[in-house]
Design a binder for this molecule. Structure first.
Ligand code: 173
Length: 319
């Protein structure tokens, strides 16, 4: 065999080896407690990814906050301690303040993909977080203020409220005394009377048994609860094209199921009423002002913390 033939033969062997990268297994954690419904849904998704991904890509669920504490998950993804996380922006503002902007989106995830918001998010997440933003798996879901003391106007003077960064600017603007905790610590704080209330979505209260310790929900809700899958950027770039496409496709399919939350949230509100949680409401003008204040304080806080990208995010996430 002459040299030219030998080279051709070697090239023919090398090409398939490159095209079919070896099956890779990525490590997944959740910043939400393992008994939360978000995790169950994600485990179903992981099972589906693994079923169709044999020989290509597999996901291995490591655990919830017992594996990596809630507010450390973002840095664990950034540094590659784990490959993928199910989390929300409020839990990784310590990586980049922009993370908390996702709650302010007035556009759906599908609309964000069309108008360039997702591309901007990915630019920021890659640049500042060393993360690839894969998919948003919770939306169409308002946050609410839950209380154990009655109020007759949006004034939280004298009340101690559990928060995450999601609620900080808004609740402080209503004079609340705030205390940041991971979801896993809320039940005990309620039980001990350390807090008079907390911020939380309309759903997933029962997952953690908080209905046992909750008297009131303040209506209306505000913002747009966000839970997403983020991927370590080095891991993402190191995948073969077929593996990356596969994961992106499965992420998109998960995001495509978000309509699910609309009915689920209605059912959850009913279930809260059945569990004896009373609603506190205001007159129409006060309710409008309440929601407006949430938005104004939310964006003001975000732009103050993220002056470079905040205004751009506001433009692409608002109607
Ligand atoms: O209240 C929280 O812990 C929080 O910030 C959050 C965000 C998205 C979904 C659920 C909770």
């Amino acid at each position: 065999m002459n040299v030219r033939h030998w080279l051709a033969a070697a090239a023919a062997l090398a090409v398939p080896a490159l095209a079919a990268a070896q099956e890779v297994t990525l490590r997944v954690v959740s910043a939400f407690p393992e008994n939360q419904f978000y995790v169950k849904r994600t485990l179903d998704w992981i099972a589906d990814v693994n079923k169709d991904g044999k020989g290509v890509l597999q996901l291995n669920f490591i655990g919830g906050p017992k594996a990596i504490p809630t507010f450390e998950v973002g840095n664990a993804v950034k540094t590659g301690v784990v490959d993928i996380a199910l989390t929300t922006g409020a839990f990784y503002t310590n990586v980049m303040p922009e993370a908390d902007a996702l709650k302010l989106a007035e556009l759906s995830a599908a609309e964000q993909r069309k108008n360039g918001a997702t591309a901007l998010i990915n630019k920021i997440w890659q640049e500042k977080g060393n993360m690839y933003y894969l998919a948003r798996v919770v939306e169409f879901t308002p946050f609410h203020l839950y209380l154990n003391k009655k109020i007759d106007k949006p004034d939280l003077t004298g009340l101690k409220i559990r928060i995450t960064p999601v609620y900080r600017d808004f609740f402080q603007a209503m004079n609340a005394q705030v205390m940041t905790t991971a979801p896993g610590e809320v039940y005990t704080a309620l039980e001990r009377g350390v807090i008079d209330g907390y911020g939380w979505p309309i759903h997933a209260l029962f997952d953690l048994n908080w209905q046992e310790k909750t008297k009131y929900r303040v209506d209306p809700g505000f913002y747009n609860a966000e839970v997403s899958l983020i991927v370590n950027l080095d891991k993402w770039k190191g995948l073969g094209a077929a593996q990356r496409d596969y994961l992106a496709r499965k992420g998109l399919a998960y995001e495509g199921q978000n309509e699910f939350w609309k009915q689920y949230n209605q059912d959850e509100a009913k279930r809260q009423a059945q569990a004896g949680i009373e609603t506190i409401t205001f007159d129409a003008a006060t309710s409008r002002a309440y929601v407006q204040k949430a938005n104004e304080t939310g964006w003001a806080g975000l732009i103050k913390a993220a002056p470079q990208y905040g205004p751009e995010l506001k433009k692409l996430l608002s109607r």
